[in-house]
Design a protein. Sequence first.
Length: 197
Amino acid sequence: MLKIALLAMALVLTEIAATSAPADQYFGRFKISALRIRYEIPQIKKRYETHELTSEQAEHLMLLTEDALHQWAHLYPKDPWLPSTAYNMAGVYEELAGSTARDHAVALFVYVKSHFPTTSYARESRDALHRGVFTKPQPASTVAPAAAPSPSLTPSPTPSLTPSAAPSGSATPPPRPSAPPVKGGAFGPEHRRLYDD
């Protein structure tokens, strides 16, 4: 009985070894291992969520990591780590802004659903596709500011030296000069009061 159990375990380990990528094999343009691919995905997500990376930077790193994932999947299509890795990668793409990220998320969900249909990741991928993967807008902090309006070609009226109307009983205070903008971004010191009331 023990011999049968050991033989069965040896067969399972042989099957896994034949289908799994070795830890010292490297994939993609940057030659990263399957373990590194699995490590990079949550790291990119964390750095994006903590605003260390913009959406564009995170997308760039994800595309490089996905390049390695595709080569890994091509060479070891039955690797048991592929469904979870591709599903997690799709989840990060789903959080990023833009249509490129959305398209990659959809493609990865479809890949997991079609290549690993009996896994829980396939079920989750089907659910994600069913609810829809939407294109997220660029965050306001990364959108380029609108251009300042160009000066008008119509001349402004020239002030007259003679008063146009008789002064009234209540005096209106003269307009206060505006201060020049202060450098510092959208939430910098220019939002402080420039004068006292």
